[in-house]
Design a binder for this molecule. Structure first.
Ligand SMILES: [Zn+2]
Length: 227
């Protein structure tokens, strides 16, 4: 598989952002980033990107390329980027700071186990399950074949949709519960760029339902306005 994308390095960090020491001093309990103000919507944050590349061109199916192959190579690339991003914040996402896997508006994500049971678990556990599940799919030759000429399975698109839903939820949790750390680390231009790229890819290839993206619809609108 080919066609993976990469991002250039970060732009400079806004000097007005809070310092890491502020975060640690404030950490006395459940991560409570979920103020009504939603700082990720503020214009000075929503306008930040690390590239002005044409995202539409990046996400469109290249002429002559097999659609399943294009979906597969992008799924692998997005998984790597989202996994890297959440790993960078893992020290801030613990069972005590994030006892539930929540997203914007305090929507709570439940993990469904192999027996169809819904488990309410902490955010780090939920996203650990999610990343392990995706990793297993991506390395399964029957689902994501890497050999030339190998066929993709029936239902491939449904598995890709499930992967993108989990990746979306990972970013939704970061925006909702860890945005202050993102700001301190100067990663908000990266996060916005990754989120915009992922959303556009999902829109172009019909991978997410409006109901799934609703918790971050205000951000999607803000990012659209502040390109
Ligand atoms: Zn968390």
């Amino acid at each position: 598989m080919g066609g993976c994308h990469s991002y250039p390095s970060a732009t400079k960090v806004d000097s007005k952002t809070p310092q890491l020491s502020d975060i640690h001093n404030d950490k006395h309990g459940i991560n409570n980033n979920n103020q009504e103000e939603r700082p990720y919507l503020q214009q000075q944050n929503a306008c930040q990107r690390i590239t002005s590349a044409n995202m539409f061109a990046l996400t469109s199916l290249p002429p002559g390329m097999d659609r399943a192959e294009w979906l597969a190579s992008n799924t692998v690339a997005f998984f790597k980027h989202v996994n890297l991003f959440s790993s960078a914040l893992s020290e801030f996402c613990t069972p005590s700071t994030c006892p539930t896997a929540c997203g914007p508006g305090n929507v709570v994500y439940f993990w469904t186990d192999d027996h169809g049971r819904k488990l309410k678990c902490s955010a780090p556990l939920y996203f650990d399950y999610a990343m392990s599940y995706i990793q297993e799919l991506l390395t399964d030759e029957d689902v994501f074949p890497t050999k030339a000429g190998a066929a993709f399975p029936n239902g491939f698109i449904f598995l890709v949709q499930k992967v993108f839903l989990l990746l979306f939820r990972t970013l939704a949790h970061i925006y909702w519960s860890h945005y202050s750390e993102v700001l301190v680390l100067g990663l908000h231009p990266h996060l916005n760029t990754l989120f915009c790229h992922l959303m556009l890819f999902c829109q172009q290839h019909s991978l997410l339902e409006p109901e799934d993206t609703k918790p971050l619809q205000d951000l999607i609108t803000a990012l659209e306005q502040h390109k």
